[in-house]
Design a protein around this ligand. Sequence first.
Ligand code: PDD
Length: 277
Amino acid sequence: PIAHFNGAFVPLDEIRISPLDRGFIFGDGVYEVVPVYNGEPLHGREHFERLQRSCDEIRLKNPHTVDEWMALTRKLLESHPGNQSVYVHVTRGVPSKRDHVIPTGLKPTVFMMCYPLASPSKEQIENGVACTTAEDFRWTKCHIKSISLLGNVLARQSSVDAGAVETIMFRNGFLTEASASNAFVVKGGTVLAAPQDNMILLGITYQLLEKLAKDGTLKLEVRPVSEAEVRGADEIWLSSSTKEVLAVTSLDGKPVGTGKPGPVFKRMHALYQEYKG
Ligand code: PDD
């Protein structure tokens, strides 16, 4: 498959990265994943605006404007029809030696690739998925979409080891998010979402669910959600660009609510499907 590397469109397996690249040495970079339906990026601009905020947070000069990123995305999609995930990766570049201090004048490394969008299966939509829980042991700048994903990787693996798909995390007794998605809780018909602070990545999908709830007159509250509220929830959902919105029907081996995707989930799922067209 064709990928993008530092200004050129080239076969993915021909791309070579220096071992001194700060992305390789320090995990010093940021990324985005943009879902594409039938060749059309969903919320592409919002993803690239978030990439800009991630760059600003790590003091990396974004090599492209939102318009340029969109143009690169469309060019890449010319050879990748249908439903895709566009992966976008920017590192601080390749210095001449390993040194933590941020060098001046480095040219960022830019990498983009596509792979088929792995949307939830019919079975997952109808029956929901299993999750486990864990203490959120990541750093406190989770609002940056950093390529340093070791915390997320270890958290995610613990659920997979237990036969589940995602790990829902708590920090000091409160819900943050899941290892590669945001998490929502429904109690008494109200959707609860964790605060939009530095402890979570504010998902583009999270923000879409907020908008869909508002337009669809579902009650959604953004506020700290306790671990007890999660464990006693009527419904739990995950959201991300690839998962869309997905019901969690088992948590740590115990059924969530009735153990089936709930009515509020079904309404939100329908709103989402209608929205994406
Ligand atoms: N992950 N929280 C975390 C930790 C994430 O990694 C993601 C997305 C989200 C949801 O963000 P969005 O709705 O903008 O996709 C929340 C992507 C899909 C990934 O790393 O593959």
